[in-house]
Design a protein around this ligand. Sequence first.
Ligand code: DGY
Length: 321
Amino acid sequence: MSERGKVVILRELLPAGRQLLEEKFQVTSLGLDADRSQMKAAAAGADGLVTDLTFAVDDELLGAAGPQLKVVANFGVGYDNVDLAACAARGVTVTNTPGALTNATAELALALAMAAARDLPAAEKDLREGAWQGWDPRRWRGFELSGASIGVVGAGRIGGRFMELVAGFGGERLYTSRQPKPDLENRLGAERVELDELLARSDLISLHLPGSRESRHLIDERALRLMKRTAVLVNTGRGTLVDSAALIRALKEDRIGAAGLDVYEGEPDFDPGFLTAPRVALAPHIGSATYRSRDEMSRLVAANVFAAREGREPPNPVPGV
Ligand code: DGY
């Protein structure tokens, strides 16, 4: 181990955070195309690993790094890619970047909700492809969010911010959460309900849960059948929350109104059925992709590594490690 300490960025960290790390550490950055064997080789002897959601941080990778490893600093709020038990067993701290991307992700959820509700991607495609025949009173009619019942599944930071953003639409606001959220109830008039009730009452349903074994396919065939035929479903959480095949069937059979998706099962692959399903707005996992958010996330990664390396409590430890 070098005196300065060694930090390996296993893919990419933006300059805002990388330059901070470079002031104190010997930093290696592998870039977006790094494969597993390059990651394992580069990790050897590292004090800190900077990771992201696109690859698994498992016992094998931790073992390749070696016993001096102190911290896995995940560049993102979700950490379903990290084997927390393996990290705990090896005494490795895990950190993430909450807060920095709350607003950006909530805003993207709103953008997808509105795009899906008005079928904007298909309308734009028509125009771009020269298929527009002029103003047509029957075509491109969609759903309005004003006065809509809006259901937030998982009213944590991002779900809570989404609820603030949609409060101006004026309809009722429902949420599910393990714990009651008095702040959302007092400030925004939100009502805590069970998932099935939320699905049945909401015109717009926005998913803001982390990916986990428990949340996998929370929205399955049964859940989709509980929704209104006009319901708009938005997912900016994790692709695993939704059974893709069931959602595609529901859209194709006109059993729900529309869907807006930023995340997919098996990214960067996704079910090609989404490309031919009607009334769907798709984005390539860009919820946190604003200049402000990504720079702040990068700086948080650096702050977490500094603290862990110095034996201090990092600003954003992942609970339970
Ligand atoms: C996260 O931080 O978990 C996001 O999905 C990345 O944008």
